[in-house]
Design a protein around this ligand. Structure first.
Ligand code: UD1
Length: 420
């Protein structure tokens, strides 16, 4: 658990690390490269480390040099794949396309429901069936086998992020042209495309969420690639700056271009944001915040992963704020935790809530992390409560934020991790 002992104003700068949501599909795609690659900016976070542990079972070898990962999938085999390990992490889904490509069959546990709501994979499976594979649903797993057909195909990815990523990887070496309609175009999907292009894939992006994959014979290995910095982490630290800094925080590798809508919402709420160039943002402490309405959307809309940190900001804004989470039905659950800290919330339905401000959050409360981003939101709430706050279930936070406690300490926060 994390304990935030006392409110302390923060100052200094934060350098945003590589993106979890880019790193995981890139690691999956690196299997398809079937050789050595060097990946810079690889975040050392729980999800990446767990996924790399699973990779050992398919005979991948790797070493870390700081945040540079030397990855070698030349000896790929799937005999040791352990279903129990695969169940641990949703990112296992990124093994699907490369292992099907090399071995023609795979059995995967279904990445069942998760605390943020139902997480179906029908778009992944329908897309794989569309190019020739057969799928059999078992009670707790799905079995896929067969071989790809060599014809032009159009696939609907339903704006699913991991679905688009899986279908990209499944098609770069497939004979024929693949048109992926309703493709997700989140920055991490773009980073995966850049990785695949660096390996020789022929991928075109159209303005209307269409991605066209032209067949190439083979991919090449031996190249270096950099994982994009994490715009979700960046957005999290922006709220920390607006609520808990003494005057401002500087955020380096901020991914300003990926956060246009989010930054506009922060400004609408009254947060002063200054572009210092070189992808560094200076985000100022906001003494008065206006109420705003936020509705999450697929990229370039307001990111669902940032609605919980922003929800904490709303507790400090005057009058009535509205939060509308479009995608996931349980993702507003963090508001029940904020209510324990005396936030004034009206849940309209599982997707919509009103947050009434401005409310001094109560200290001396233990709150839990409902998911990775909601966990970070609890820490932000703790940073602005006047006394101690305890945040439990912090394994979630470790899954996606590199050195979160250390970074906050370096900014002056009085926070510690206590082994439960
Ligand atoms: C990814 C991100 C996660 C983020 C989410 C939405 C990774 C590793 N995780 O998750 O942080 O919150 O995108 O931006 O990148 N859906 C279907 N059928 C499918 C797949 C999805 O109906 O086959 C629906 C889901 O129920 C949900 C929406 O599509 O409502 C978004 O899900 P999806 O984009 O697939 O999320 P993930 O890729 O799991």
């Amino acid at each position: 658990m994390f304990k935030i002992n006392w409110w302390k104003p923060l100052s200094g700068s934060v350098k945003i690390s590589g993106s979890k949501n880019a790193a995981l599909p890139i690691l999956g795609a690196a299997l398809l490269v079937n050789g050595k690659v060097t990946l810079h900016g690889m975040p050392k976070i729980g999800d990446v480390m767990t996924f790399l542990e699973i990779m050992k079972d398919v005979w991948v070898q790797y070493t870390f040099e700081w945040n540079t990962l030397h990855f070698d999938a030349s000896d790929l085999k799937k005999d040791n794949l352990d279903i129990e390990k695969l169940k641990k992490i949703r990112a296992s889904i990124f093994l699907l396309a490369p292992l099907l490509h090399f071995f023609g069959s795979i059995s995967m546990p279904l990445p069942g429901g998760c605390v943020i709501g139902k997480r179906p994979v029908d778009d992944h499976i329908n897309g794989l069936k569309r190019i020739g594979y057969s799928a059999t649903m078992k009670e707790e797993s799905i079995e896929l086998d067969g071989s790809v057909e060599a014809w032009d195909r159009t696939i609907n990815a339903g704006f699913s992020v991991s679905g688009t990523e899986n279908l990209l990887v499944a098609n770069v070496l497939r004979k024929g042209t693949t048109t992926i309609e309703l493709a997700a175009i989140e920055p991490h999907v773009m980073n995966l495309i850049d990785f695949l292009r660096a390996a020789g894939a022929n991928i075109k992006i159209r303005y209307n969420h269409t991605i066209i994959v032209e067949w190439v014979d083979s991919l090449s290995d031996g190249f270096e690639f950099t994982v994009v910095p994490d715009y979700i982490q960046s957005g999290t630290y922006m709220v920390i700056a607006a609520l808990a800094s003494e005057e401002y925080l500087d955020i380096e590798n901020a991914r300003i271009e990926d956060l246009y809508v989010y930054i506009e919402k922060l400004k609408e709420a009254g947060v002063k944001v200054e572009d210092l160039w070189n992808d560094t943002l200076r985000v100022f402490k906001a003494n008065e915040l206006n109420a705003v309405k936020v509705q999450t959307n697929v990229f370039p809309g307001f990111p669902t992963d940032l609605q919980s940190p922003f929800g904490v900001l709303m507790t400090q804004a005057e009058w009535t704020n509205k939060l509308h989470e479009v995608m996931f039905e349980n993702r507003l659950n963090f508001l029940f935790e904020l209510e324990k800290m005396r936030a004034n919330v009206a849940m309209l339905n599982p997707h919509e809530a009103l947050i009434f401000g401005k409310k001094q959050l109560k200290w001396g409360v233990t709150v839990t992390s409902w998911d990775l981003r909601a966990g970070a939101a609890m820490v932000i709430a703790g940073l602005i409560a006047e006394g101690a706050t305890t945040v439990t279930n912090v394994e979630y936070i470790h899954r996606g934020y590199e050195d979160f406690v250390e970074t906050l300490k370096s900014l002056g926060a009085d926070i510690e991790e206590i082994t439960e």
